[in-house]
Write a protein that binds this ligand. Structure first.
Ligand code: UD1
Length: 366
């Protein structure tokens, strides 16, 4: 009987979550196909991650590209359904919370194929985030919900998900980090970008709520300009952010004193720069977790986080776009008065192994 598994990836934050799963599938001789939806397609938003992480070429590329939410989600659904008309995998695995995650889960489920969601149950309780909608709906239809932290279980149970479907397996992205840290540290990333260990802050910014609304983007630029007075900044710019910086003419407000701007960079360079930075200012979800693991302070430019463990015992503080909160935290970090972090349960490099053991037992055993 067919034991094929489909693994779905589409956008930058998905790639580090599928890499350890694929490695484990290869080790265990599990038959799989990798489907890349093409939600992200630029070299430095997609292919560089495949090269850095040794992910094999996708078996199927859906080539959907950028568009509005409705068009992008619909295109992924149409193209993935065509794939499922030709083959019937036993399981479709989706990761994270991007449009590809929800689109493929929905198509699979309606064709009576079981769905596993890796990184289930995280909730920001902020329905203005497209990712929150993707997470909620994917979890409602998934058959296997693999969670990274205990708060996710509480969220899922509150939403009526049976505890039998929930598996606390840890954080698969941390598997990738652990696997690649040594290699990343051998790179000359500091020299390449003219930076000195612990003498710079790293910034990433791409949330629509921060960069699609001019007033909000301006508030963050004020924080960045303050930061430049204190420490050098390295800021690889996401395409959405770059477009809006120009559209709102905010590139003129961003001072050019002590900041190095770059194109988006690959996984290994970024890991090197995270681990060598004094601290990180970000609106990413994953970076809150990676920084917490690395014990690097991280200030999150959002009103909330769906990853509360990073605040409770990690290195994260949620500061929104509030200048005074940002200033207080930046001053604390630079005067070595910032909180200490603790080890997080099951963020240990063995998450993919745990997931694959469950899949073997629950899906592939007959
Ligand atoms: C998407 C995800 C978000 C994730 C982020 C990481 C959704 C709803 N959003 O947001 O959860 O945190 O990826 O980057 O799934 N673009 C390029 N090259 C590319 C891809 C995009 O230039 O390879 C440009 C496009 O013009 C597009 C814009 O960037 O309009 C935004 O891309 P999009 O995929 O719509 O959303 P992200 O902001 O990247």
């Amino acid at each position: 009987m067919n034991k094929l598994i489909h693994i779905i990836a589409g956008a930058r934050p998905n790639f580090m979550k599928i890499a350890p799963l694929i490695q484990e599938f290869q080790k265990e001789n599990i038959e799989y196909k990798l489907i890349h939806t093409g939600q992200h397609y630029d070299y430095n938003m997609s292919k560089i991650f495949f090269e850095n992480l040794g992910i094999p070429e996708p078996n199927i590329y859906l080539n959907v590209g950028s568009a509005s939410h409705a068009i992008q989600t619909a295109k992924i659904m149409i193209e993935f359904e065509k794939v499922l008309l030709n083959e019937k995998p036993r399981l479709v695995i989706v990761v994270g919370d991007v449009n590809s995650t929800l689109a493929c889960a929905l198509v699979a489920k309606k064709r009576f194929i079981k769905v596993a969601h890796v990184e289930a149950g995280l909730r920001s309780f902020d329905m203005s985030m497209p990712e929150e909608i993707n997470r909620l709906l994917t979890d409602q239809i998934a058959d296997f919900l693999f969670i990274t932290e205990k708060s996710a279980e509480i969220n899922l149970k509150r939403e009526g998900i049976s505890s039998e479907k929930i598996y606390f397996v840890g954080n698969i992205m941390i598997d990738t980090l652990i696997m690649n840290l040594k290699k990343a540290k051998t790179l000359n990333s500091l020299k390449k970008f003219n930076l000195k260990k612990s003498k710079y802050a790293l910034i990433t910014l791409h949330r629509p709520s921060n960069v699609d609304i001019k007033e909000n983007f301006e508030k963050i630029i004020k924080i960045i300009n303050y930061l430049q007075e204190k420490i050098q900044i390295f800021f690889p710019i996401h395409p959405r952010t770059q477009k809006n910086l120009v559209k709102f003419k905010l590139n003129k407000k961003l001072q050019n004193k002590n900041i190095c701007l770059s194109e988006p960079i690959g996984y290994l360079d970024f890991l090197n720069l995270m681990s060598n930075s004094r601290f990180i200012l970000t609106d990413s979800g994953g970076i809150q977790e990676e920084a917490s693991y690395l014990k690097i302070p991280v200030l999150t430019l959002r009103k909330n986080t769906e990853r509360p463990i990073t605040v409770d015992i990690g290195t994260n503080t949620v500061i929104g776009n509030n200048f005074y909160k940002a200033k207080a935290c930046i001053d604390d970090i630079l005067s070595n008065n910032y909180k200490e972090s603790k080890k997080i349960e099951k963020w240990d490099g063995n998450t993919a192994k745990r997931i694959v053991a469950i899949i073997k037992e629950r899906i592939l055993s007959d």
